[in-house]
Write a protein that binds this ligand. Structure first.
Ligand SMILES: [Zn+2]
Length: 299
C-alpha cells in the first residue's frame, strides 16, 4: 500500500498521513485554534517552509513505514514546484516551494519527493478520490477570502478561475490581484469588505434577506458573477458536476445560482450540468494533495 503525507496551506495549515487514499489518524493543524484567522499572512516564507517541514516530520515519525510521496497544496498559480503567484499568501510568491521544502526535509532525514498543487485542484482531487471518480472531470469552486477554481484530473495550465473577468464595469476594482472586473473582486471576502466599508459581509447577506435594496442587489450580483464564471467553464470544457465549498460557502444559495446559470447556458448539449455544495472540511483537500502526489510519481 502506498503512503503519502498531504498538507494544505491556506488560511491555516493542516497535514495528515494517508495509507492508500485514506486518512489515518488525526490531522495536525496550525494554528491549533480554528477561530484564529489570518495567522499565516505575517509569517515570512522561509519560516512557513520550516513550519511545513515540522508538521511533515511529525507525521513521518508516526510510523515505521516510509512515506512514498508528499503533497503540498497552496492557493495561487503553481507550476512545476514553483509558486508563480499567490495573491492571498503573497510572501510565497516566486518561491521554489517544492525544492526548498525537499532540502529542509532532507536535513531531517526525509527523502520522499514533494509535489506542489494548487489548493482548489487538491479539493477537486480529494472529491474525485473519496467518491471513486478519479476517471471523471471534477470541478470545484472554493469561496473564501479569495475565490479558487480547481479541477481534476490535473492538466497543465494556469486555471485561475477566480480571476476570470465577469464584469466590464471599470468600477469593479476590488480584486486582490488588482485586475478589473474579476470574479474574486465581487465574491471574495476581502473584496466585499472593501466594497461595503460600513458592513461586514455577513451583515450584507443578512440585510439582503431582510429586504435591504442595496444589499439585495449586491447578493444578486454575487450570484450572477459566479454563474457567469461557471457558464464560461461550461462553454469551454462542457457540462458535468460543479462543487462549491470554502469558508464562505454558506453565502451561496444554489437555486439563485442555478436560475442565473440557466439564463446563461442555452445550448441543449450543455444543459446537463449539476451543482452541489460540499461542507467545508480540511480532509478533502488533504487527501487530494496526497493523492495528487502519489499520481505524480507515475507520470
Ligand atoms: Zn483578480
Amino acid at each position: 500500500m502506498t503512503t503519502a503525507i498531504g498538507v494544505v496551506m491556506t488560511e491555516h495549515i493542516v497535514a495528515g498521513r494517508l495509507e492508500g487514499q485514506h486518512l489515518t489518524g488525526e490531522p495536525l493543524r496550525f494554528p491549533a485554534d480554528p477561530d484564529e484567522l489570518d495567522a499565516l499572512s505575517a509569517i515570512p516564507g522561509s519560516e512557513l517552509v520550516e513550519l511545513l517541514a515540522a508538521h511533515i516530520a511529525a507525521l513521518a515519525a508516526n510510523s515505521a513505514i516510509p512515506v512514498d510521496a508528499i503533497g503540498v497544496a497552496v492557493p495561487g498559480i503553481v507550476r512545476s514546484g514553483v509558486v508563480e503567484d499567490s495573491p492571498n499568501l503573497s510572501q510565497i510568491k516566486g518561491m521554489r516551494l517544492a525544492s526548498d521544502l525537499t532540502k529542509v526535509l532532507a536535513a531531517r532525514g526525509i527523502a520522499a519527493p514533494v509535489y506542489l498543487a494548487n489548493s482548489a485542484d487538491a479539493i477537486a482531487a480529494g472529491v474525485a478520490a473519496t467518491r471513486g471518480q478519479l476517471d471523471r472531470l471534477t470541478r470545484v469552486w472554493t469561496i473564501g477570502n479569495g475565490i479558487g477554481y480547481g479541477r481534476w484530473p490535473y492538466i497543465d495550465g494556469v486555471w485561475e478561475g477566480g480571476h476570470v473577468t465577469v464584469s466590464l464595469d471599470p468600477r469593479e476594482r476590488f480584486c486582490g490581484c488588482g485586475g478589473l472586473g474579476h470574479l474574486e473582486g465581487i465574491m471574495g471576502y476581502r473584496a466585499m469588505r472593501l466594497r461595503f466599508l460600513d458592513l461586514e459581509p455577513e451583515e450584507v447577506f443578512a440585510q439582503a434577506r431582510q429586504g435591504d435594496t442595496r444589499c439585495r442587489e449586491f447578493v444578486d450580483l454575487w450570484h450572477r458573477a459566479l454563474a457567469a464564471a461557471t457558464a464560461s467553464f461550461i462553454h469551454l470544457a462542457g457540462p458535468g458536476r460543479f462543487y462549491f465549498t470554502g469558508h464562505n460557502v454558506g453565502f451561496l444559495d444554489l437555486p439563485t445560482l442555478r436560475a442565473h446559470l440557466e439564463s446563461m447556458v442555452k445550448m441543449s448539449p450543455l444543459q446537463s450540468f449539476s451543482l452541489e455544495v460540499l461542507e467545508e472540511d480540511d480532509e478533502t483537500a488533504l487527501i487530494g494533495a496526497g493523492v495528487s502526489a502519489l499520481r505524480a510519481l507515475t507520470w
